[in-house]
Write a protein that binds this ligand. Structure first.
Ligand SMILES: N[C@@H](CCC(=O)N[C@@H](CS)C(=O)NCC(=O)O)C(=O)O
Length: 203
């Protein structure tokens, strides 16, 4: 059984969708978090995340934090679902490159665009431009980052593109990619997120 430490409308929401996609046995443990946009909420002592953030998961005595680590872990655990090319697969290198790129390049570029830092920093602008170029080049070649096959890299990248759409240029290719990656399990995860919020508010 996997326990997901979750706060509604946060980075743990898409992990519910991933657990649904993988058909994993899981339970949701709602926790409160600090919400920087409103200044409300605070870290929950019951949350094992070292920074009291979400997502965090527990599985067989292990605790994992960080969306990318959690995604890698779960998709390897349920490798039969085919979201993570395994060692020996010709796509493994490209897959790991996209996963690390998401955390190291994509998210910083998206947040730099949100906060208006790009104009003041040619270096950040350069990194942001490289991120856009990488996405556009990948989408010019295949429907997914690895070509023909949907993978955990698309799960992370498309969900973040949907969340931060206004941080990126208008592009039919990006819009179509987001649409393609909005899989039924992820929509289900969103509904379960809303349900978990109601549960938490009532508790
Ligand atoms: N790099 C982390 C970021 C986690 C994160 O910042 N989560 C937010 C919710 S979207 C949070 O828990 N914020 C509470 C806080 O900053 O104290 C990840 O991707 O898992």
């Amino acid at each position: 059984m996997i326990t997901l430490y979750h706060a509604p409308q946060s980075r743990s929401t898409r992990i519910i969708g991933l657990l649904e996609e993988l058909g994993a046995p899981y339970t949701i443990r709602p926790v409160s978090i600090f919400r920087p946009m409103t200044g409300e909420g605070k870290g929950d002592p019951a949350n094992p995340h070292p920074d009291k953030r979400v997502p965090a998961i527990e599985h067989e005595g292990q605790m994992l934090a960080e969306s990318v680590a959690i995604t890698l872990y779960l998709c390897d655990l349920f490798a039969d679902k085919g979201l993570a090319p395994q060692p020996g697969d010709a796509q493994r290198g490209a897959y790991l490159t996209w996963m690390a790129w998401y955390a190291a390049e994509f998210e910083p570029a998206m947040f730099a665009a949100f906060t208006g830092e790009l104009d003041a920093s040619p270096l950040k602008q350069r990194s942001y431009d490289a991120v856009i170029h990488r996405i556009e080049s990948a989408l010019a070649k295949g429907p997914y980052m690895l070509g023909d096959t949907y993978s955990a890299a698309d799960f992370l990248i498309a969900s973040a593109l949907a969340f931060g759409r206004h941080a990126f240029p208008a592009s039919e290719a990006i819009d179509a990619y987001i649409e393609r990656c909005t899989r039924p399990a992820l929509v289900r995860g969103q509904s379960l997120d809303e349900a978990s919020g109601i549960q938490r508010a009532a508790a």
